[in-house]
Design a protein around this ligand. Structure first.
Ligand code: 5GP
Length: 130
């Protein structure tokens, strides 16, 4: 079971943003910027481009809904999209609110982010998810 599957199973706490029967979205625990969100399929697949094409398409649509919620909740120019997958072997899409290019620098993460602010951000994004 991957760490993300444990999060989805409720075995590890997270700041949940959205979910449906196939996908789950929650805040990255070491965000590159406030509101940094991960979208994960419930199905355990390491490499995102190994997903069935239809499944990947639905993941993109779900991510679009999450990105719209992020943009409503957090003032930003755009929501950036990245796929890395070098650390956790469970496919995921990073969504990061951007004011400038440097807001998506994976070499500079916010370590030990304030839990109250994280909870407030997750709630704000969740309440804008449609
Ligand atoms: P990647 O696999 O895309 O290179 O990086 C994995 C991402 O997942 C990192 O940005 C990391 O901060 C995040 N991450 C790793 N473990 C956890 C966790 O237990 N909870 C949350 N919310 N995020 C995690």
């Amino acid at each position: 079971m991957t760490i993300f599957s444990k999060i989805m199973a409720g075995e590890i706490p997270c700041y949940k943003v959205a979910e449906n029967d196939e996908f789950f979205a929650f805040l990255d625990i070491n965000p590159v910027n406030w509101g940094h969100t991960l979208v994960v399929p419930r199905q355990e697949t390491d490499y995102i481009f190994d997903l069935d094409p239809e499944h990947l398409g639905r993941m993109a649509k779900f991510s679009q809904r999450v990105a719209k919620a992020i943009r409503k909740a957090i003032p930003c120019r755009k929501v950036g999209v990245t796929v890395l997958g070098l650390e956790v072997p469970h496919a995921h899409i990073h969504l990061v609110p951007l004011q400038q290019e440097g807001d998506m620098n994976f070499s500079h993460k916010i370590s030990d982010p304030d839990p109250k602010r994280m909870a407030e951000l997750a709630e704000a994004i969740a309440s804008n998810f449609e």
